[in-house]
Design a protein around this ligand. Structure first.
Ligand SMILES: Nc1ncnc2c1ncn2[C@@H]1O[C@H](COP(=O)(O)OP(=O)(O)OP(=O)(O)O)[C@@H](O)[C@H]1O
Length: 400
């Protein structure tokens, strides 16, 4: 599945309930060619309250056949609640869930068409791997010979051929999660729901399994929605990520577009690392941060509007000392090295800008570039903030 890197976003209507909330914008739901397709799953204006607490508001989302969508956001933003509503494990306060053209909004989970994997494996401890996988097939009254063949096929699919007779306690966390995945796929559901399926695993298994799940999902072509709070996981696995904040959708897009063009400081700060510098608009293409006048992309803000400019650490360049005097280069600034962190493949450094802004700016450097520099704390550095790598946002609190 391919998406254009800079797709035209289509917007869905904002409900009357949301029109009063100026921070909530119509959200982009589909990208590129997919906007012309019929969605497999449609979330229409879903709201969820627990008592007086609003857990979800104005949720519109279209998920396309075969798509892998990640619901991503900080703890408590509502991603699990949304997944549970899609499964029918939680009832929305209002709004509709349409799957394969069928309104499933009020159907119990058993009447819906999905397989689900939870964070906590949730296997029956007294059943073998094969029996766990066979469980739903037996309930569906499939003949035994067919069940045996299907279980063998599923064990093979999840890389556990030969492990069918083992009990959960005899399997590693990663293997148990593969069994849970095979069980979720057993009845060939139309939709696969994954609720933080990797978060209980150690880092290495987690990375291996995420690649395997993503490959399997593509091979099977099964429409998949995964909840995660791990942005690296979402960026690595998803066709599209849905970034949520405090019960609403902050941005939907390909991992690439969300990383490169976050639409709010919250998204910019949540996905990857972002430097922010506060300032005021000096002209449509310039922002003044303290005594620094920085070139920035043209923006729509009025003169003197308080704004913040954002730039990713990997885009902050460290220049040779002599370039400090090269007036043809834009946004060259003097800084003092304050922190050095070795990342393995390179270094992350923190620099205090000279002048009255005194902000701390982070830069990431490949090891070979860093080795040419004097990375002693207190060293004078010359940094550059390339204007085409800068985004200008309204000044609002950065929430993370
Ligand atoms: N049954 C419930 N009763 C009351 N409040 C609830 C209930 N379930 C969830 N909430 C609240 O709704 C909000 C969203 O919860 P949810 O579990 O969807 O968040 P999340 O984004 O999945 O967070 P986490 O990553 O920590 O699991 C939270 O503030 C949570 O406390």
């Amino acid at each position: 599945m391919t998406y254009s890197p800079d797709p035209p976003a289509t917007a869905r209507p904002v409900s009357s309930a949301s029109s009063s909330a100026s921070v909530r914008m119509p959200v982009a739901h589909t990208e590129g060619d997919r906007a012309l397709e019929t969605p497999y799953l449609q979330i229409e204006n879903v709201h969820k309250r627990f008592g007086s607490f609003v857990a979800l508001r104005d949720i519109y989302l279209d998920v396309y056949p075969g798509e892998f969508v990640c619901l991503l956001g900080p703890s408590g933003c509502g991603k699990t609640t949304l997944l549970r509503i899609i499964a029918g494990l939680e009832q929305q306060t209002s709004g509709r869930v349409i799957q394969a053209g069928r309104d499933v909004s009020s159907l119990p989970p058993a009447k819906r068409d999905f397989g689900i994997v939870f964070q906590s494996y949730a296997l029956f401890p007294n059943l073998t791997a094969a029996q766990n996988i066979a469980y739903g097939l037996q309930n569906a009254k499939m003949p035994k010979a067919q069940i045996d063949a299907r279980v063998a096929e599923l064990l093979e699919t999840v890389g556990l051929a030969g492990f069918g007779a083992k009990y959960p306690a005899q399997l590693s966390g990663g293997q148990q999660q593969r069994v849970a995945l095979a069980r979720a796929l057993a009845l060939s559901p139309g939709l696969l729901l994954l609720d933080e399926p990797l978060s209980a695993l150690d880092a290495q298994v987690r990375v291996r399994l995420r690649t395997e799940i993503a490959q399997l999902q593509k091979r099977l072509g099964i429409t998949t929605i995964m909840v995660t709070h791990d942005q690296a996981e979402a960026l690595a696995m998803a066709d599209r990520a849905v970034v949520m904040d405090k019960g609403y959708i902050a941005q939907v897009g390909t991992p690439h577009s969300i990383y490169q063009r976050p639409t709010t400081p919250f998204v910019a700060n949540f996905i990857g690392v972002m430097n922010f510098l506060r300032g005021v608009v000096a002209s449509s293409g310039q922002v003044r941060c303290g005594n620094l006048l920085l070139d920035a992309p043209r923006n729509e803000f009025d003169m003197n509007t308080p704004v913040q400019i954002a730039i990713r650490p990997e885009n902050v360049k460290i220049l040779p000392q002599q370039d400090a005097f090269d007036s043809s280069l834009p946004n060259v600034i003097a800084a003092e090295l304050e922190e050095v962190e070795f990342l393995g493949s390179g270094y992350r450094i923190g620099m205090r800008l000279e002048g009255d802004a005194k902000d701390l700016i982070t830069s990431e450097l490949p090891a070979d570039a860093a080795e040419l520099l004097d990375l002693q704390v207190g060293a004078a550095l010359v940094a550059q903030l390339p204007p085409d790598c800068i985004q200008v946002f309204a000044q609002e609190p950065v929430r993370a």
